[in-house]
Design a binder for this molecule. Structure first.
Ligand code: ZN
Length: 262
């Protein structure tokens, strides 16, 4: 089938000038020096921009959110930001909590998909879990039961569980999408998102089947999107950066759009 192209507004918001008052410079030569310095920085910046060969949609996402054409009305996506509340998920090398990365990325994906006309159901939009027991394991069970119930009631086209990974080897990094091995459309949907994520991370990771609770126990195309490794110091730093989170969220949203367009 021929792919429809999404319409993006690639214009960037203009950057408002800093409001900090500048120190007065008495000597004209100093002014000239500052002027030349500014000009050369501008040229270096322009050269750097021109030399980059990124997906234009992804680079547009860095500074401004794109305007989607809203062509996915009728589609429903459930977004499940992993963990929350008493359950921090994985802990990064500098103690970043996974739950605190999953949520902002999930909210950014939500905004983008809503712009695309998708009906989005969020499992959580705040730092909370859904258990009430005092014992950790029964509380986790209750939490997951609640999440699967929301998914089952939603009758969604895709369920995106957003997580961060952790691994004993600190060098391991990159994003990876998992699908339930029993889901016929799972690999296709997972690959669409994986391709977009690989463009952001620069890795060539491939999708994998898995048996996570949310994948196994939900109807529809359920995917677990592991957006990066908190055990990798460099990636942990990126994962808390709002611009990087925008890029990851955009990759996920574009992947979903790619899958819907097939
Ligand atoms: Zn997790």
């Amino acid at each position: 089938m021929q792919k429809k192209r999404l319409i993006f507004n690639r214009a960037r918001h203009s950057i408002s000038p800093k409001t900090k008052p500048r120190a007065k410079l008495a000597l004209p030569s100093k002014k000239l020096f500052i002027g030349l310095l500014g000009l050369s920085l501008l040229l270096i910046g322009a050269a750097a921009l021109l030399s980059r060969q990124e997906d234009p949609q992804l680079s547009a996402a860095k500074n401004s959110m794109p305007i989607w054409n809203g062509s996915f009305s009728g589609k429903t996506v459930v977004i499940d930001p992993g963990h929350g509340g008493i359950d921090p998920g994985a802990i990064g090398v500098t103690k970043v909590k996974e739950k605190d990365v999953n949520l902002p990325v999930a909210l950014k994906v939500k905004d983008l998909l809503i712009q695309a006309g998708v009906n989005v159901i969020m499992i959580r939009e705040e730092d909370r879990d859904f258990g009430s027991s005092s014992g950790a394991s029964s509380r986790k069970r209750e939490d997951l039961a609640h999440r699967t119930k929301v998914v089952d009631d939603a009758n969604a086209d895709i369920i995106l569980s957003i997580h961060c990974n952790s691994y004993p080897n600190k060098n391991t990094r990159g994003a990876q999408v998992f699908y339930y091995k029993g889901s016929p459309l799972g690999p296709e949907a997972a690959e669409a998102i994986q391709d977009r994520l690989n463009q952001v991370t620069g890795r060539k990771r491939v999708v994998r089947p898995d048996n996570f609770y949310m994948l196994r126990n939900t109807q529809g195309v359920a995917l677990t999107v592991e957006i990066g490794f908190l055990s990798n110091p460099e990636e942990e730093k990126k994962l808390v950066d709002s611009d990087y989170q925008n890029q990851i969220a955009m990759a996920i949203a574009l992947g979903v759009a790619d899958y819907f367009e097939k």
